[in-house]
Design a protein around this ligand. Structure first.
Ligand code: FES
Length: 340
């Protein structure tokens, strides 16, 4: 391979992708792409260019000094971009805003390919992006301009990176700006969006995964599952998908299909409605199998409304569980997502 794809995720959630040639340092590749990553000496001395490598393989060489990057920092995944030579695609968290680095989110034009209602609960919107497939990390979202409204709404990709047709799972809200437009949206209609955005994305998979989805918070997990299936992941993955009513459980067949492609994937659905006849009722926290917590050696990802995020945090506290990592994205209809 003569080049690698490097995702730079800035602290304001903006992500830019740069091509890093074989043997090239990340700082130089970013500079070629007109992105000014934090730096001072560019010589491995000052430590100003310190970032966190979230995934990927790389070589830091031995020409930097301990004051710039200690062994402990290196072990914990910190890197100096002025020394870092990627050996695979990498994701790097940059502790600076995109504007400070003189860059910004990208804008895409697309056309409506399909609008598929799911009960009265949700709609799958499929857009065809003109030109190259948009680059994003599984789990990220974009801001879609709602045609004719002057407003935008934030939605996670439910499709995986690398496809020119992208999909979104959108909750139906009576009278909502996006829901109203979707009622009359027709194939071929033009839509614009900006992104990708968000720090809720699949990190390097090194231990069991527990995915917790609330309602249309399922979307980013569909994207992640597709990436995991493409990578032929053997890791233990458990998804718990909670919804308010039976009718809100959508795309269950799509989830089920991953059972055939991911040998250690299991999932369960939960319905909160007390009148439901669903076999598992209540909240996702009441249905987390103990073995899926793997004594804390687990990476937990959660996407759902704020009370669900709070409930899961409370559950971990109550049970004295500290997962190896806990990534979550809170969303409320009509608002931008907040990822941690
Ligand atoms: Fe000084 Fe990288 S810019 S160590």
């Amino acid at each position: 391979m003569s080049s690698y794809n490097i995702a730079l995720n800035f602290e304001d959630g903006v992500t830019r992708f740069v091509e890093c040639k074989a043997g090239e340092k990340v700082l130089d590749a970013a500079f070629r792409a007109k992105i000014n990553l934090p730096m001072d000496c560019s010589d491995g001395v000052c430590g100003t260019c310190k970032c966190r490598a979230e995934s990927g393989r790389y070589d830091l060489g031995d020409e930097y000094i301990e004051d710039a990057l200690s062994d402990g920092e290196k072990q914990s995944g910190l890197v100096l971009t002025c020394q870092m030579v990627p050996q695979s695609d990498c994701v790097i968290a940059v502790p600076a805003s995109s504007t400070a680095c003189k860059t910004a989110q990208s804008r895409f034009a697309a056309t409506v390919a399909n609008v598929e209602p799911h009960n009265d609960a949700a709609v799958v919107l499929e857009l065809n992006v003109a030109g190259a497939a948009p680059v994003f990390l599984a789990g990220q979202y974009v801001n879609i301009d709602v045609p004719g409204s002057g407003q935008h709404r934030s939605y996670s990709f439910s499709s995986a990176p690398g496809e020119t047709n992208v999909r979104f799972l959108i909750k139906k809200i009576p009278g909502g700006t996006m829901s109203t437009w979707l009622e009359s949206a027709r194939p071929g209609e033009r839509v614009e969006m900006t992104g990708p955005l968000g720090s809720f994305y699949l990190r390097a998979v090194q231990r069991p995964l527990l995915f917790l989805a609330g309602g249309t918070g399922l979307a980013p997990f569909l994207s992640m599952l597709e990436v995991l299936a493409r990578d032929r992941s053997q890791q233990q993955i458990h998804l718990i998908y909670g919804a308010t009513r039976d009718l809100d459980l959508v795309q269950v067949e799509a989830i089920e299909a991953y059972g055939a492609r991911l040998p250690n994937f299991t999932f369960g659905t939960v319905v909160a409605d007390p009148t439901s006849t669903h076999p598992r009722k209540g909240w996702v926290t009441q249905h987390i199998p103990a073995q899926c917590l793997n004594d804390g050696d687990v990476d937990v990802y959660l996407c759902g409304p704020p009370p669900m995020v709070d409930a899961v945090r409370g559950y971990f506290d109550e049970h004295g569980i500290t997962p190896h990592s806990f990534h979550y994205e809170k969303f409320t209809p009509n608002a931008a997502a907040v990822a941690v």
